[in-house]
Write a protein that binds this ligand. Structure first.
Ligand code: GLY
Length: 579
């Protein structure tokens, strides 16, 4: 057995910063970046957004823990060292492959809207939609956190390790202090004004008024105390009592007070939902269904490009990116109209094969589709009174974190976890963790003309997500575990990585590092400072508006074959560790 750890370089432009031992991959093409060799392992692997978090998971796996056990250790450390992205104050979706039964299960630990919330939550007194950050910062955007209960539920179902032990690493780092990473320091400095809006948040991230510096030691004793309570008493210690009271007081006492109550916390539940699987070139691409749009939208994109020879075209082909880009636009049009919490609104069969064949036919031309709109997918036969939804307005911004784990038994876990925007609502609970702003993932508008929006705010509803934790299956066994942060661009990042691996034969490190080209609503976003820029001209000639920009995904992928192969996104601080 050997231990391998690939520490990837930080932030964009990423590819110039690759490690000195970078090698040109065999399948290198114009677009393919030079990347470090992927991490290889025999028994188990964990890939996550921070080396301390991944190492905490590795320690659990090394000691014989399951992927669910390791996830608890990873998540609790991430909440400390990458607090801007995920944590106890947020929510998550988890896809689990059980090696013993061969079954896939998904768990929905998404935040819920307070019982007191109404569809007009993000409308001004004049009935206009609020500005995005006006809505985000403060208590109004905070939903009931789901991540603590998701950790507990995953451990209850699939854990082998002693629950309290899984908190040791995070408690140790919180008490002893950890070195502030370059990314955290940069993001704090960039967000200093918003972080100043909450006194507790400012005290923690801007001590003496100055942003915490890269490499400085940061301690969080309040977080350590919260973790001890969770370790000793489980999530009852979180959803009621002192920690819950602290959350509600922080939300209600914020400059822009929110509606969260103790009753909302006490009523919170993790929900098991059927995995959403789309067939793709002999594989089943399986992920999270509503309230996430991730599984359906990734599945629609892949289904629409399947009739076309993307593999032969290769990653440098403008034609390949036209097909992927317009398939994505068509899928995003359906997403905007139809996808929302299916416990509140009926969702049509968006993966219906005949329907997607018709949508795929729309891609048959040579140029960008001039116009794209939602289609007419089939509904359940039993539904007589079909809903007529309007399109919503949901300005999700990039943030979030992704954890991929395969354990020594062959169980696989893909979990995307978030507090929504970077630093969430900017409200720090007394328990030492940031609270989410997940409610801004609802549509701010309630209607389009006189048609209601499916993803409007409703009491106890879960906001639509783009998170796409995915397990790709072949012959009923996992071959790839993947996911990413990135707001609604998550969908494009994940689809691209699957295409790069399955169609273009890249290993998972090449696949995650491949420059991004993402089209959601018409404008083609090309990753600035990378070889993707070479596609700007041909895509413009096809009729696209092209925009060069940073596209800071945080993909973590594990390919499962005779060995395990791990890839961590060079655009962030993540690593893959395996033995
Ligand atoms: N808040 C990010 C997402 O759920 O898509």
């Amino acid at each position: 057995m050997r231990t391998a750890l690939a520490l990837m370089m930080l932030t964009s432009p990423a590819f110039a910063q690759q490690a000195a031992d970078a090698v040109a991959p065999e399948a290198a093409t114009g677009l393919s970046p030079e990347v470090a060799a992927p991490v290889e392992a025999q028994d188990w692997m964990v890939a996550a957004a921070n080396p301390l978090a991944a190492e905490a998971g590795a320690e659990v796996l090394r000691a014989g823990g399951s992927a669910a056990d390791a996830m608890v250790a990873v998540q609790t450390v991430l909440g400390l060292v990458e607090p801007q992205s995920s944590g106890l104050g947020g929510g998550a979706f988890l896809v689990w492959y059980d090696a013993e039964t061969g079954e896939l299960t998904t768990l929905d630990g998404r935040e819920t809207a307070p019982a007191a919330a109404t569809p007009t939550l993000f409308l001004t007194e004049d009935g206009e939609t609020m500005g995005f950050f006006d809505a985000v910062v403060g208590g109004l955007s905070v939903g009931t956190p789901g991540t603590p209960m998701l950790m507990e539920e995953a451990h209850r179902r699939w854990g082998r390790a002693n629950w309290p032990d899984l908190f040791d690493a995070a408690i140790g780092h919180a008490e002893d202090g950890f070195a502030v990473s370059p990314r955290l320091a940069t993001l704090v400095a960039e967000d200093a004004e918003r972080l100043s809006s909450d006194a507790a948040t400012a005290d923690y991230f801007l001590p003496d008024g100055e942003p915490i510096a890269e490499g400085s030691t940061l301690r969080n004793p309040a977080y350590a105390e919260t973790l001890r309570a969770l370790a000793e008493r489980g999530t009852d210690a979180f959803y009621e009592g002192e920690i819950a009271e602290g959350i509600v007081a922080a939300v209600r006492g914020a400059a822009q007070p929110g509606l969260l109550s103790l009753g909302d916390l006490a009523a919170y539940e993790v929900i098991e939902r059927p995995a959403v699987c789309a067939p793709y070139r002999g594989h089943d691409v399986c992920g999270m269904g509503p309230p996430s749009s991730g599984g359906l939208t990734v599945g629609q994109i892949l289904a629409m490009i399947e009739p076309y020879e993307i593999g032969e075209m290769g990653p440098d082909s403008p034609e390949a990116w036209r097909l992927i880009g317009d398939a994505s636009r068509l899928a995003f049009a359906d997403r905007g109209r139809y996808m929302a919490d299916s416990d509140f609104v009926p969702v049509p069969n968006l993966l219906d094969a005949q329907y997607l064949d018709l949508r795929a036919d729309l891609l048959a031309g040579d140029d960008a589709l001039p116009e794209v709109s939602a289609g007419s997918p089939p509904w359940e036969h039993a539904m007589l009174d079909l809903p007529d939804w309007g399109d919503g307005w949901t300005p999700s911004m990039p943030s979030t974190s992704h954890i991929s784990i395969v354990d020594a038994e062959g169980n696989a876990l893909s979990m995307t976890t978030t507090i929504e925007n970077g630093f969430g609502s900017r409200v720090l609970a007394p328990g030492g963790f940031l609270l989410n702003n997940e409610l801004t993932d609802f549509s701010f508008s309630t209607h389009e003309d006189d048609r209601p929006v499916a993803n409007r705010v409703e009491p106890r509803k879960r906001p639509r997500s783009s998170m796409a934790p995915t397990i790709v299956m072949r012959d009923d066994a996992p071959v790839m575990v993947v996911g990413s942060p990135g707001g609604s661009r998550i969908i494009g990042y994940v689809a691209k990585t699957i295409i790069a691996h399955l169609d273009w034969g890249m290993d998972v490190q090449q696949a995650v590092a491949l420059p991004h080209l993402v089209n959601r609503f018409g404008t083609y976003d090309l990753e600035a400072g990378t070889a993707a820029e070479a596609l700007a001209e041909p895509l413009t000639e096809m009729g696209y508006e092209v925009n060069l920009r940073d596209l800071t995904s945080g993909l973590h992928a594990i390919a499962v074959g005779e060995t395990l192969t791990g890839g961590a996104d060079p655009r962030r601080e993540g690593v893959a560790i395996g033995e």
